[in-house]
Write a protein that binds this ligand. Structure first.
Ligand code: G3H
Ligand code: 13P
Ligand code: NA
Ligand code: ZN
Length: 328
């Protein structure tokens, strides 16, 4: 059944676990997430970016979600807008059956320019009011996703900002977080602690200099009842890099967010962990393998089925690692 983000995360907080939030763009990804959740009895957060909504088409996406909800009636499913950039994006998501929206007011509506704190509060407050009228949840974001290694902030399209920000400007300020949550009444807060979207987060296994988990601890101390969200939280597993490169891919060596760091975050109020890149890598590795080993194949099912299987296995692993198994 459909459920809001707030309901899911309240339960996760009571029981001390967290939920992975997986991005969806197509049917295979939807089936992979639900098959994994069904295997381990985990509640589900599916999220669609603006890019996903335009790729899949809002109406197709709506019916895909309806289908998944009907296919797995015993699994609680939250459908979440990832990185909404405006009131309009959030409002139309709700019209299409989403039960939760992220208003990412850390960037201007162009999704490229860092926004002022005042703009962020104003637009997030308006979205929260609207979403709460219709019983939906809201995630806000304070701080700039980006790399503490390069000092580069990150626009939603994955490209860096012009100019270089200092460490402090890239991290969420814990005192401002208290003010922001009070002013906006968000149900969950995405915080910036040195992660970025995509596969190229860190040039070595991250330590406390580049992955600032202490920011999460400081925020949780001040806001013990606010559900925290980690973006850019793919682990970029080495085995998936190897599969991609073995079958013709070219991914330079790279590091993501180690699962043990995420597990540390879960002890300090992190309840939603956004993962897209790991699933993209699982899918791409599986497809490359089939196409390399069987160059005569041209039935899409011959590679989409293994792709779905690879994503299912990754999703299952994250449900288990985050303590979400058994709660559906
Ligand atoms: O926010 C980042 C997610 O990985 C979604 O990416 O905007 O390319 O669909 P996307
Ligand atoms: P990754 O690119 O690390 O998977 O992060 C996804 C994300 O934060 C979506 O909002
Ligand atoms: Na989100
Ligand atoms: Zn994100």
């Amino acid at each position: 059944a459909r459920i809001t983000l707030r309901q899911l995360l309240d339960h996760a907080a009571e029981q001390g676990y967290a939920l992975p939030a997986f991005n969806i763009n197509n049917m295979e990804q939807g089936l992979a997430i639900l098959e994994a959740a069904n295997e381990v009895d985990a509640p589900v957060i599916i999220q669609a970016s603006r890019g996903a909504r335009s790729y899949a088409n809002d109406l197709i996406l709506k019916h895909l979600i309806d289908g998944l909800v009907e296919l797995y009636p015993h699994i609680p499913i939250c459908m979440h807008q990832d990185h909404g950039n405006s009131e309009a994006t959030c409002a139309t998501a709700l019209q299409y059956g989403f039960t939760s929206v992220m208003m990412d007011g850390s960037l201007e509506a162009d999704a490229k320019t860092p926004a002022t704190y005042e703009y962020n509060v104003e637009v997030t407050r308006k979205v929260t009011e609207m979403a709460h009228w219709v019983g939906a949840s809201v995630e806000g974001e304070l701080g700039v996703l980006g790399s503490l290694e390069t000092g580069m902030g990150e626009a939603e399209d994955g490209h860096g900002f012009e100019g270089v920000l200092s460490h402090d400007e890239l991290l969420t300020d814990p005192d401002q977080a208290v003010e922001f949550v009070k002013a906006t009444q968000v149900d969950a807060l995405a915080v910036a602690m040195g992660t970025s979207h995509g596969a190229y987060k860190f040039s070595r296994k991250p330590d406390g200099d580049v992955l600032a988990m202490h920011v999460i601890e400081a925020i949780h101390q001040r806001l013990p009842n606010t559900h925290l969200v980690m973006h850019g939280s793919s682990s970029v597993p080495e085995d998936l890099q190897e599969i991609i490169n073995k079958y013709g891919g070219e991914m330079p060596p790279t590091w993501g967010v180690p699962v043990e760091e995420i597990q540390r975050g879960i002890k300090h109020g992190v309840r939603k962990i956004n993962i897209d890149t790991d699933n993209r890598m699982a899918i791409t590795g599986a497809i490359r393998k089939v196409l390399a080993e069987k160059p005569g194949e041209f039935d899409p099912r011959s590679y989409l089925k293994p792709a779905k299987e690879a994503m299912r296995a990754l999703c299952r692993q994250r449900f288990e690692e985050f303590g979400a198994a058994g709660w559906a």
